[in-house]
Design a protein around this ligand. Structure first.
Ligand code: HH2
Length: 282
């Protein structure tokens, strides 16, 4: 079993009950909140709001990884995220996570106060595993097929659930071989990252098989296109179905759910957890 409390550079992230990771994109082009929080004051205000709504960690990203997104260079990504992380380190009691694929950004972000590395590329960039190992903070390894620019062109699997699981376990093994302790690794199947609508639904249906590997599991389902595909809803109308998907994930053992809609998600997963732990003695 995974440890219940992660040490995020001195700030605890208690996963003994399922938690919400609040999304804070400091980008002009993210698929849902792009452009809303580019100004550092607005970003800090939004983070405080999400903590008040019950977020246990705030995930700061400076590069959109939506399908078709063009890469951002390292200087621009640093310019976007570092002032915000510095301010959040001062203002928040909860840990800050850095959502990046670049070792240089990981390094600067942790120096500025970030306590968790969230990499949609599972630390596959040259030097990323070594950087994360040296920084000593927990890491979230996410599955992606291809890269954001082309990943939705032709996603292809023989058995998506088995292949995503095997990839993540192999990446966790590579991290452990490089000195990242097992207790500091989270896994994420990467909903929407090189997957068809059917692949996404299957991955959620069998999330329990990923949880069975013993690492805490993070899911990012918030407002994503799998909801649009089933219900035909625009991004701004995907809150309720997104909450439902997060409940399905927590029911199967997910520890952390990444969401734009913190209060609704937090209340729903707390309720779900209450049902999970109910027993004759309670
Ligand atoms: N999804 C996004 C970004 N980071 N990290 C993890 N671990 N899991 C995810 O599913 C995930 C993620 C994409 O969503 P968002 O940040 O809202 O949009 P954008 O990439 O356009 O900034």
């Amino acid at each position: 079993m995974h440890p219940l409390i992660l040490d995020c550079a001195g700030k605890p992230l208690d996963l003994s009950v399922p938690r919400v990771m609040g999304i804070l994109n400091v980008t002009p082009d993210s698929f849902s909140d792009g452009g809303d929080f580019l100004a550092p004051e607005k970003a800090v205000q939004r983070a405080l709001e999400m903590v008040e709504e019950g977020a246990a960690v705030i995930d700061v990203g400076g590069e959109s990884t939506r399908p078709g997104a063009a890469p951002v260079d390292v200087d621009e990504e640093l310019r976007r995220v570092i002032p915000v992380i510095e301010a959040l380190q001062r203002e928040l009691t909860v840990p800050v996570s850095i959502d990046t694929r670049k070792p240089a950004v990981m390094q600067a972000a942790v120096a500025a106060g970030a306590g968790l590395i969230n990499d949609v590329n599972a630390l596959q960039a040259p030097g990323a595993v070594e950087t994360a190992a040296a920084l000593g903070v927990p890491v979230c390894l996410m599955h992606i097929q291809g890269d954001p620019e082309t990943m939705q062109d032709q996603p292809d699997y023989r058995d998506v659930v088995a292949e995503v699981g095997a990839f993540l376990v192999a990446r966790a093994r590579a991290c452990r071989d490089a000195g990242i302790a097992r207790e500091r690794i989270l896994l994420d199947p990467g909903f929407g990252f090189g997957k068809t609508p059917e692949h996404n639904l299957l991955l959620l249906q069998r999330l329990d098989t990923l949880v069975a590997n013993g690492y805490p599991v993070l899911v990012g389902l918030s407002r994503k296109s799998l909801i649009g595909n089933v219900l035909g809803l625009s991004v701004d109308k995907r809150v309720y179905p997104g909450v439902a998907l997060n409940v399905l994930a927590v029911w199967q053992g997910a520890s952390l759910v990444r969401s734009h809609d913190v209060r609704a998600t937090r209340e729903a997963i707390e309720m779900c957890h209450a049902v999970q732990v109910a027993g004759p003695g309670c």
